[in-house]
Design a protein around this ligand. Structure first.
Ligand SMILES: Nc1ncnc2c1ncn2[C@@H]1O[C@H](COP(=O)(O)OP(=O)(O)O)[C@@H](O)[C@H]1O
Ligand SMILES: [Mg+2]
Length: 333
C-alpha cells in the first residue's frame, strides 16, 4: 500500500496511532540489565489535518518516546502508526523516506538539528537537496525565503549556529523542518529551553505557520499553560499511558483525572477573583521499569474513592463528559 491510499479520503485522519508500545531493555546505569523500561505502554490517538494535539505530562512520562516512535525514529515494540491511512511499518525503506519528508520534528534543543560546522543556509538547504525538491540554482533563494518566513534575515544563511541566540536558533530549526514542506510536525518542547519573553514569540510563529501552511502538530510540553495556547485537543500522559484526552477547553476547565487536576491546579490563574488551590502531589512517579499493576497513578492518587479496585485493575480510557479519561471513579471527580 502506498502513501496515496488515504490521501483525499475525508474520514482518514492525518495521523492515527493505535496501541503504541515502546519498551527498552535495561533501565539505566544502576538497574538490573534484564529490566524492561515501559517508556510507552499502549497509547492511542489521532490527529486531523490542521489540528494540534498537545501532549503534556511530567518529565519521564514518555512524551518524547511517543514523538520519536510516531516518526519511526524509534521502532515501536508494538502498535501501529498510520499516516494518511498508510501503516508506516508496511513501507519499504525508499517509501518510508519519501513519506518522512512530510513528517518533521522540531527539537527542544535546536543544536540537536543544526551542525555547528555548517552554515545556517547549508543546514536549511539539506532537506531540499536530499529530496530534490528544487533545482540547485533556486536553493539560495528558497533558503532566504524560508529564513524570512520564520522572522530572520535572509543574509543569515551565511552565518553559523553559534552566532545566534537560542530563540533565533529555534527559528532556524523550524525553517529547516519547513524546508521539505511537511504537513505534520512533532514539536518536542520547542520553547522549553528559551527565555519566557522569547517563548511567546516562537509560540506565535508556530501558530502563524500552522495557519499559513495548514500544518498539524503533535505539540509536546510539560507545561499545561503553554499547551493551552496552541492545542485544539490535549492528551495527558502519565507513566507511559494517556490518562485523559479531549478538547483543550474541556480538559483544562474541568479535568476529570486526578493527575490532570493536579497539573491544571499548578497553572497560575490570571483572574484574581477566582480562588484556586494548588494540588501538590505526594512522592515521585514510580519507575517505568516497575509500574503498578493497576492504575499507574494509584501511588499518588488523592481521589476520595480510591480503593482496592484501583490497585488491582488498570482503568481503560472511556468517554466521560465529552472527553476520555482512564479513572474508575471519573464520574465523581
Ligand atoms: N533509549 C532509552 N533506553 C532506556 N530508557 C529510555 C530510553 N529513552 C527513554 N527512556 C526512558 O523512558 C522513559 C520515558 O522517557 P521520555 O520519552 O524521554 O519521557 P519525557 O519526554 O516525557 O520526559 C523514561 O523513564 C526514560 O528514562
Ligand atoms: Mg522529552
Amino acid at each position: 500500500m502506498l502513501g496515496d491510499a488515504g490521501r483525499g479520503q475525508v474520514n482518514v485522519p492525518l495521523l492515527q496511532v493505535d496501541g503504541l508500545v515502546k519498551h527498552y531493555r535495561g533501565g539505566g546505569m544502576f538497574a538490573r540489565t534484564d529490566a524492561i523500561v515501559k517508556a510507552v505502554d499502549g497509547v492511542t490517538f489521532s490527529i486531523g489535518r490542521g489540528e494540534t494535539l498537545g501532549l503534556v505530562g511530567e518529565s519521564g512520562s514518555g512524551k518524547t518516546t511517543v514523538g520519536r516512535a510516531v516518526l519511526r525514529l524509534e521502532l515501536p515494540t508494538a502498535g501501529t502508526v498510520r499516516f494518511e491511512g498508510t501503516d508506516l511499518a508496511s513501507l519499504q525503506p525508499a517509501e518510508l523516506r519519501a513519506l518522512r519528508r512530510r513528517m518533521q520534528i522540531v527539537f527542544q534543543d535546536p543544536f540537536a538539528s543544526l551542525n555547528p560546522r555548517r552554515t545556517v543556509g547549508a543546514s536549511v538547504a539539506e532537506g531540499i537537496e536530499i529530496h530534490r525538491l528544487a533545482p540547485k540554482r533556486d536553493i539560495p533563494r528558497l533558503v532566504g525565503e524560508l529564513l524570512e518566513e520564520v522572522g530572520l534575515d535572509a543574509s543569515y544563511a551565511r552565518k553559523y549556529p553559534h552566532e545566534f541566540s537560542g530563540g533565533q536558533r529555534q527559528r532556524i530549526g523550524i525553517a529547516r523542518a519547513l524546508a521539505v514542506e511537511p504537513s505534520f510536525i512533532v514539536c518536542d518542547e520547542p520553547v522549553s529551553a528559551l527565555d519566557v519573553s522569547v517563548q511567546a514569540q516562537v509560540l506565535n510563529l508556530l501558530l502563524d505557520l500552522r495557519d499559513a501552511r495548514e500544518l498539524s502538530y503533535l505539540f509536546i510540553a510539560h507545561d499545561v499553560a503553554l499547551v493551552r495556547q496552541i492545542a485544539h485537543r490535549i492528551a495527558v500522559m502519565y507513566l507511559g499511558t494517556i490518562v485523559e484526552i479531549g478538547p483543550a477547553r474541556t480538559v483544562i476547565d474541568a479535568p476529570k483525572h486526578p493527575y490532570t487536576q493536579a497539573l491544571v491546579s499548578a497553572v497560575p490563574e490570571p483572574d484574581p477573583t477566582k480562588s484556586t488551590s494548588r494540588i501538590i502531589l505526594a512522592g515521585d512517579p514510580p519507575s517505568p521499569a516497575n509500574p503498578p499493576p493497576g492504575c499507574p497513578f494509584v501511588t499518588r492518587c488523592f481521589h476520595p474513592m480510591k480503593d482496592a479496585r484501583c490497585t488491582a485493575e488498570r482503568p481503560r480510557l472511556r468517554l466521560v463528559e465529552a472527553r476520555e479519561v482512564a479513572c474508575h471513579y471519573a464520574e465523581s471527580a
